[in-house]
Design a protein around this ligand. Sequence first.
Ligand code: MOS
Length: 736
Amino acid sequence: MKFDTPATTNPIDQLKIIGKPTDRIDGPLKTTGTARYAYERNTEVPNAAYGYVVGAGIAKGRIASMDLKAARAAPGVLAIVTARNAGKLAKGDFNTAKLLGGPEIDHYHQAVAIVVAQTFEQARAAAQLVHIAYTRAPGRFDLAAEKDAAQLPKPNPFSGEPETKTGDFPGAFAAAPVQIDATYTTPDESHAMMEPHASIAQWKGDKLTIWTSNQMIAWGVGDVAKTLGIPKANVRLVSPFIGGGFGGKLFVRADAVLAALGARAAKRPVKVALQRPLMMNNTTHRPATIQRIRIGAARDGKIAAIAHEGWSGDLPGGQAETAVNQTRLLYAGANRLTTTRLAVLDLPEGNAMRAPGEAPGMMALEIAMDEMAEKLGIDPVEFRVINDTQVDPEKPERPYSQRKLIECLRTGAERFGWSKRNAAPGRQRDGRWLVGMGMAAAFRNNLLAKSAARVRLDNRGMVTVETDMTDIGTGSYTIIAQTAAETMGLPLDKVLVRLGDSAYPVSAGSGGQWGANNSTSGVYAACMKLREAVARKLGFAVSEAEFSDGMVRGGERVVPLAEAAGANGLVAEDGIEYGDLDKKYQQSTFGAHFVEVGVDAATGEIRVRRMLAVCAAGRILNPKSARSQVIGAMTMGVGGALMEELALDKRHGFFVNHDLAGYEVPVHADIPHQEVIFLDETDPISSPMKAKGVGELGMCGVAAAVANAVYNATGVRVRNYPITLDKLLDRLPPVA
Ligand code: MOS
């Protein structure tokens, strides 16, 4: 189905099942521990051996020698694979560093060997006996030191142009009566998902099956095939349940490739879970940024000039964090400048983490907006309202498909009690707590991607949906079932959903908050084709057949859907493809975040007291799972504001806090009352579902809202995340 004109009324608009708060259909499997994750495939693979990954002990240099004798002789060892005996490996499309390193080492904890043994304990013990001598080479590990050497990166499909200029920024900024010029930093961050990267690989002849934990099945198949030099048709990836991804599982990593190599060498299926201490340095992370923002405005608050420049680093051939891109779109202003620069660093690969670009970008931009509002003496909500735009400010001929930023801001301000905020910082006390409120806009683009599905109707009237779409804890199973049920006129329990298998049609996958809108649109397209097949079979006019309550009506006749299926059932396959509506219209999602914090006046301890998010993200397919996405995102935003930081050893080039004890994320006790409001909207430009993404929007802006609340509470402006109490302590107002 080609979607190239705005959606008109369609079966989804019935909203009998779509739009209803619906429990996860996979919930019982999860809560009873019977959802089988990548590492839990004893039924299919009862005889798997265990692989243990050895990570490089240096960040840059060469393996001088590797002694495997003791490890080979250790009890239970079946095989050891290193770059020497692995055979030729190519780089896949998504491997900036090689997934099996040696003799050259690209980064710390790059995999250099897999030890395969009968048991996990034997593999781990033997891995300790692998002796490696390294020759270290000097590496580049410090973004600030490499900043001046950073270059404009090559554009890729997700990054946009590395530099944009509109009007005369330098002139307009110099002439502006009110200006700010401030620099912000965000640290390296880790996805730190609960389920580690894990895979079981099994060869049957030259056919390879990998049960793995991966967000993007088709990308993964392509990369496994490319890396191993085998045809794509010989690779099957299976990933029906994923214990968190956050972008860290967009690409196949060492666990999958080394399981395949280990299985080939041991002539046995091999299972590999990356040990937690390896994850932070072996896999990808969100790279640190330095961001300079300049804003010039008239005294009435209208922005005349806005510039956002960002720097980040990555391995040679890697990609930049596009932290400036939302600044191209979010606020009005005739004179604009944005640049993204990329430094070469010898750190582990920097790559996508939840809302790549906007998440760190909004952390800086929305503090800058708060600082500017204060300088102007204008309320921060009003300042954003004054600078709203209904068109792309760089390309005024492109309107937004929908843009309800002002409604989000106003609704949030009213519901949160924003009018009670004291604009003068450091004035609100509650016992030992300094109390403050902060807010930020939320913004994240809505991305369109092809997505296909297959649907079968059987003679019991059940519809089975098959697509390689993944559910990373987001609720994909449920919204896909809702979509099929709504389109086919069936109750939810008449739909079976099968996901995460490369044997199924290729979907958009889970990434960039595009999963929900695109994957359900693909399922909708396949169901519409199935409706056609049913109508034809029954001799009904396709446009007149009505599907409801498990029946098909055409003229005088009413036939149960089960009967229409016949003995052999009916199958239809289709997908959604997009025309150029996303070129003609800017498609984005909007929101507003409000936060109240208490800061201990003596110790600087920060406690979030309450949070509110208001989101405008097209039709909300399932308010229950969407709300869960947003409260999870708000929680992650608090982590970004107050806790998350990969501590970098700049001498040796590795992240020191590579476990969940040292890499801090919020726990339940850190998160108080959270409220989420969805504005009622449908976006007919985005897809037949009229939905957009929400899973990343919920995070964008949160950290800045926390930072702005800390400022309002204390009068201390922290521009370097995370806002830990050491950054406040000696700047707090004197305790009365
Ligand atoms: Mo998201 S960082 O594209 O999984």
